[in-house]
Design a protein around this ligand. Structure first.
Ligand SMILES: NC(=O)c1ccc[n+]([C@@H]2O[C@H](COP(=O)([O-])OP(=O)(O)OC[C@H]3O[C@@H](n4cnc5c(N)ncnc54)[C@H](OP(=O)(O)O)[C@@H]3O)[C@@H](O)[C@H]2O)c1
Length: 279
């Protein structure tokens, strides 16, 4: 089975390649190999390789960056998926596209499920939502997987940043007024492996189970790693973050019982594994 992965140098793509490369004929194309905003390139790569699946991880994921460069965000997050979807339709490939919890406004106090109505309040979420709509309009075969708060892979994001700060500073400010579903990239990769054996079209929420604030995550890491630091709960606004952040952005799926690939373990178990704490 042939799989083409876009955004091949990205964090999630790295986990997908590691998990899938021994079982599938994989072509992971980094940004310099395939720019998804150039339609001719998209058509050429897909019509030449003729993959059974195209997994699109390419995106502008910098939330504040999207606010400042909305045209670029729209091109990559909105238009690129449209080009991919059209090429998939022409070549009878299934498009597996990653989307985000940020398509929701964060005002709901329980986790968002697939039937909740999107209402993005930031450029990142808006452009990702446009990407979803653009895929649906083409009539291609697609699976849109919304996920949230990815960790793993050693990138300097929340988990790794927190650990390095904890090793240097005595007291650390951590945001308490934002919740999400922390999700391990290798759990997503394992879910995709399962999905490929029995693909399900449509829109699904794919995240580790449970929800957490950044403060909950920090407290968990502090305890598990016995870190000697003081946590100071703050609002994200106190850290100089000017753009709005959804207060509640956790995800859950209505289809977990029906589709095993959506059954991800609790985030705490996944994070323990990432921290190297499992036997
Ligand atoms: N990270 C999260 O917490 C999170 C949460 C929810 C959903 N998601 C979604 O999950 C997916 C993967 O996220 P990630 O964290 O792995 O992202 P990432 O590490 O930022 O990787 C995205 C990749 O896309 C590439 N890219 C940017 N513009 C491109 C273009 N025009 N054509 C082709 N490639 C391009 C980037 O390459 P360059 O850097 O070389 O430009 C980068 O390698 C994204 O769709 C994201 O929206 C992520």
């Amino acid at each position: 089975m042939k799989i083409l992965i876009t955004g091949g140098n990205g964090n999630l793509a790295g986990a997908l390649v590691k998990k899938l490369e021994s079982s599938y004929q994989l072509q992971a194309l980094a940004h310099h190999d395939l720019d998804i905003t150039v339609q001719e390139e998209v058509v050429k790569k897909i019509s030449t390789f003729k993959p059974h699946f195209v997994i699109n991880t390419a995106a502008i994921t910098d939330v504040d960056g999207c606010e400042n460069q909305i045209k670029k965000a729209l091109d990559v997050n909105g238009l690129g998926p449209n080009y991919l979807a059209k090429a998939c339709r022409e070549n009878d490939s299934i498009l597996v596209h990653f989307s985000t919890e940020m398509i929701f406004d964060g005002l709901k106090t329980t986790p968002y499920v697939e039937t909740d109505c999107p209402n993005p309040l930031l450029a990142y979420g808006l452009t990702k939502y446009i990407g979803e709509q653009n895929i649906k309009k083409t009539g291609c075969k697609y699976t849109i997987l919304r996920t949230s708060w990815l960790f793993g892979g050693g990138v300097p994001k929340f988990v790794n940043n927190f650990i390095s700060k904890a090793n240097q500073a005595h007291s650390i400010k951590v945001v308490k007024n934002q919740t999400g579903s922390p999700t391990y990239i290798y759990d997503i990769a394992a879910a995709i492996d399962l999905y490929l054996q029995e693909p399900k079209l449509g829109i699904y929420h794919l995240a580790n189970s449970g929800e957490a604030s950044r403060l909950d995550m920090a407290q968990f890491i502090k305890k598990e790693l016995s870190l000697d630091c003081e946590l100071v709960p703050v609002f994200y606004q106190d850290l100089g973050i000017k753009t709005y952040r959804p207060a509640h952005a956790a995800l859950d799926s209505l289809y977990k019982k029906k589709h095993p690939f959506l059954q991800l373990r609790p985030w705490q178990e996944a994070l323990r594994e990432y921290l190297g704490l499992t036997e």
